[in-house]
Write a protein that binds this ligand. Structure first.
Ligand code: 7TS
Length: 407
């Protein structure tokens, strides 16, 4: 059983005070902190191996290429992909979804076709589909949500039809915390002949993932939310789909041959990695995957369930505090809430004075806030390094905020 004190010792950033109080970092949904193993992987690469990949034949270039490709293999194993050729390194979840919307969408969508998303999506799984449906004449539809913060399954039945070409949905909401039944949703999409794209930005860092068991067509996620550095993310795509898709960005590395009037494409995944990639970051993401694999994703999930259940209990006892989304047994490790009519930015500012870092705002998910009739929420989110003692500090600070704003 991993020991939280030794996990915390791996995170140098957590050993500091903010406003004279120990830092309580409750904003891992925005970005996670990084263990020394990841920081060291970045540093080691720049100290020893830095060279461009897939180009040189000198020793450093070979080392850099081998480490970069090794990271791809680690990521493939981590999510249960059949082959590392199905792993495309991109910048983040946003870029992964834009890649599919542009490369697959522009080639496969037209008038009469529908793309189905949900009302609980992050803007990065909404806007690319708005752009591509507008450009191709296809129609964008939304699965509504319920008061309980779940998808409306009856409405889903009516919305998934033979016109649906792609169903793109989040595996876990970054506001409601809802864990969606990914395998079932994919099966329903496949039953009408649609492809399924899973936004795994919040699930891959926190839950075990097996793309083959899920039968996912595409899965998008970000390195920086799973202990890795910023600047690197992943698009998983079934090999046959990636092979059939035209490129997204053009340039070096993604080509086989370039003539004056046309070019031919490199094999996947390189066809989708135009230009010099985030080499150090991808290698460090490999170190992050090692760290999470050593802990075991079942443990990560179980730890967060325990923390979120405890938080639910503590926060529910605060007068005037309203939590959005389902109960603790149906959610991942985050809680978004309002406190009376105190502006969430004021809540976050008071919490910060107590050393507690939470995010406030619409969390890039405006439709879900519109549904619940609130412009913004404050959100506490957890990861492997958080403890119940930190939740106690959060709850005390919230009581102070309530007293300060006198209601
Ligand atoms: N999808 C979901 C479900 C997310 O939570 C996020 C980021 C993204 C996509 C986009 O990830 P990116 O790495 O491309 O930016 N969510 C948040 C958040 O909740 N607070 O800050 C970023």
């Amino acid at each position: 059983m991993p020991d939280i004190a030794s996990i915390r010792a791996d995170f140098p950033i957590l050993q500091q005070e903010v406003h004279g109080k120990p830092l309580v970092y409750l904003d891992s949904t925005a970005t996670s902190q990084k263990p020394r193993q990841v920081i060291e992987a970045l540093e080691r690469y720049y100290r020893q191996d830095n060279a461009n990949v897939h180009r040189g034949i000198h020793t450093l270039a070979e080392r850099a290429t081998a480490a970069y490709e090794q990271a791809r293999l680690k990521v493939a194993r981590f999510i249960g992909a059949a082959s590392p050729k199905e792993i495309v390194f991109v910048r983040n979840t946003t870029e992964a979804i834009n890649l599919v919307a542009n490369a697959w969408g522009r080639a496969n969508l037209g008038p009469g076709d529908e793309v189905l998303i949900t009302e609980m999506e992050h803007h990065s799984n909404i806007v690319p589909w708005q752009l591509v449906t507008q450009a191709t004449g296809a129609t964008l539809r939304y699965v509504p949500i319920t008061n309980a913060g779940e998808l409306d399954y009856e409405a889903l039945d009516a919305l998934l039809t033979e016109r649906t070409k792609l169903f793109a949905f989040t595996a876990m909401s970054n506001v409601l915390g809802t864990i969606n039944p990914v395998a079932e949703l994919i099966a329903r999409a496949h039953a009408v002949g649609a492809l399924a794209l899973v936004d795994g930005a919040q699930s891959v860092p926190h839950l075990p993932t097996d793309v083959q068991a899920l039968d996912a067509d595409f899965l998008a996620f970000s390195g920086h939310k799973m202990l890795g550095p910023t600047g690197v993310g992943v698009l998983y795509g079934k090999r046959a789909l990636l092979e059939a898709m035209p490129p997204f960005l053009g340039g070096g590395e993604m080509i086989r041959e370039v003539f004056m009037d046309h070019s031919t494409w490199n094999a996947v995944p390189h066809k989708f990695e135009a230009g010099t990639p985030a080499i150090a970051e991808a290698i460090a993401l490999g170190a992050a995957v090692d760290y999470l694999s050593d802990l075991g994703m079942d443990w990560v999930h179980a730890h967060e369930r325990e923390i979120v259940a405890y938080t639910w209990e503590k926060l529910s006892a605060i007068e005037g505090l309203r939590i959005l989304g389902p109960g603790p047994d149906r959610r991942g490790g985050l809680l978004a809430f309002t406190l009376g009519d105190v502006h969430p930015h004021d809540i976050a500012a008071v919490l910060d004075m107590h050393g507690v870092a939470v995010r406030a705002g619409h969390h890039c998910a405006q439709p879900v806030h519109d549904y619940f009739g609130v412009p913004a929420t404050a959100r506490a989110s957890f990861y492997i390094y958080n403890t119940k003692e930190e939740v106690d500090i959060l709850a005390e600070a919230l009581e102070r905020a309530r007293a300060m704003f006198a209601f």
